[in-house]
Design a binder for this molecule. Structure first.
Ligand code: NAD
Length: 420
């Protein structure tokens, strides 16, 4: 892993490579190389101790040519502007690739949410929402959960935003955020959607390579929203999840970890460490565990050349955004290890977020079966586009995914022209 990793620069390099493949106009490359808007806010929060702390938050709106800005909100102590810019631009490619009528954005607050009480998290979320003000809105910019946030934060965000509008408009504002609890306008299937999308891609890749899933082996890094759901779904399909890691440590059990029991343990204790039905291993041992599939579902820049050389898998399905850095990717390519890139593999979340937004706008409630089946259709359509492009142009899947997305954006710009 590179200590001074420039995530935004890495995303730019993928963009440049894909732009060359589709012969993108230099004007469009220049537009897409920078976000439309970079918002930095500093806002005060009263802590339980009575002390007042000022936090820094970001909202980066990368592009909205295809629809309202869309992207998660991350709470993390080491977040910085470059990373939020990279994550926002990744959302632009992801929505364009999935043909979801949204643009790309991302938000973040520099904070370790594990060190806050529930009351402090609520006050922080409400003040951050207040600081963003009219920079977000159901037809303009729609946040969602990301690392360190979940349905509860989205409910507070929605409530704060709604209460800042007139009584007549209140209920029309529900779609200001997705990933809400079911009780206040969330969608069935949203919580597991990102993990579900990763699994759809992995299953399709296995089918293409004629590999049986039953008793194949997977290792999963990160056991939060994405990692835990991916692991639970893989386990339910008969895949043995043999190693798992999170911020607290790594575990291995060659017979297959009891994922449901591990999930209960993590819900109870907040981390995988201390789970008794698997052996504690080092980070390097985790990466070197022989398996068929690796699902990175923690943070960016986790797989550099060192980790890429340790991995003993056939496929990396990127649940996280940017988990493999460009040097790591080169090693994986040279070792013949396939990658299903983040913009495709983890797009299930934004797809079901779009379904949630539609349900809110139409005052509807879809069943889990409806959501699941629409998600599968959209994931498979995007998978096919990437797989076909990759084969036809002989480029890696990441370049293919970016190229398909860029083509959609470029067609839209070509039809509309640049104002004025
Ligand atoms: P989360 O906060 O629910 O979980 C993050 C997990 O990563 C935790 O298990 C944490 O312990 C682990 N982790 C943190 N630092 C680590 C480290 N150094 N080594 C190993 N593990 C570490 O977050 P999430 O929502 O599951 O998001 C995970 C990734 O998926 C992020 O890259 C996020 O941008 C991406 N993603 C999330 C969604 C979504 O719907 N939540 C959608 C698309 C992409």
């Amino acid at each position: 892993m590179a200590d001074d990793y420039a995530f935004f620069r890495a995303v730019q390099s993928y963009l440049e490579r894909a732009a060359r493949v589709i012969d993108l106009s230099p004007d469009l490359s220049a537009i897409l190389a920078e976000p439309n808007t970079e918002l930095v806010v500093h806002f005060p929060v009263r802590m339980d101790s009575g002390e007042l702390r000022v936090f820094t938050g970001y909202r980066i709106q990368h592009n909205n040519i295809l629809g309202p800005y869309k992207g998660g909100i991350r709470y993390h102590p080491q977040i910085h502007l470059d990373e939020v810019k990279a994550l926002a631009s990744v959302m632009t490619w992801k929505t364009a690739l999935l043909d979801v009528p949204f643009g790309g954005a991302k938000g973040a607050v520099q904070v370790d949410p594990r060190l806050l009480s529930e009351g402090e998290r609520m006050r922080l979320t409400r003040r951050f929402t207040h600081a963003l003000g009219n920079s977000i809105g159901p037809d303009y910019d729609i946040p969602a959960p990301d690392v360190g946030t979940g349905p509860q934060e989205m409910a507070w965000l929605m409530d704060t935003y709604m209460n800042g509008t007139g009584a007549q408009q209140k209920n029309a504002q529900r779609a200001v955020v997705t990933g809400k609890p079911i009780a206040c306008g969330g969608s069935y299937g949203r919580v597991k959607a990102t993990g579900q999308g990763v699994v759809h891609c992995l299953v399709e890749w296995a089918r293409e390579h004629k590999l049986p899933l039953e008793h194949s082996r997977a290792i999963v890094q990160g056991f939060g929203n994405v990692g835990a759901h991916a692991a639970l779904l893989l386990d339910a399909m008969g895949v043995d999840v043999v190693a798992v890691s999170d911020h607290s440590g790594s575990l291995r059990n060659d017979q297959g970890i009891n994922v449901q029991a591990l999930n209960d343990h993590v819900k109870r204790t907040g981390a995988v460490r201390g789970f008794e039905r698997a052996d504690a291993i080092t980070r390097d041992e985790f990466f070197a565990t022989p398996a068929d599939y690796f699902v990175p579902a923690a943070l960016e820049n986790q797989v550099g050349p060192h980790e890429a050389n340790l991995l003993q898998v056939r496929l990396v399905a990127e649940g996280a955004n940017g988990p493999v850095n460009p040097e790591g990717e080169q090693v994986l390519e040279s070792r013949g290890i396939d990658i299903i890139p983040d913009v495709l593999a983890n797009a299930g979340g934004v797809t079901v977020s779009y379904f949630e937004w539609l349900q809110n706008k139409r005052m509807e409630r879809w069943t889990l079966e409806e959501v699941d089946s629409k998600l599968e259709t959209m994931m498979m359509r995007a998978y096919r586009k990437v797989s076909d492009f990759s084969r036809d142009y002989r480029v890696p899947a990441r370049v293919a995914a970016y190229a398909v997305a860029l083509k959609s954006l470029s067609d839209c710009y070509a039809a509309r022209g640049i104002f004025p």
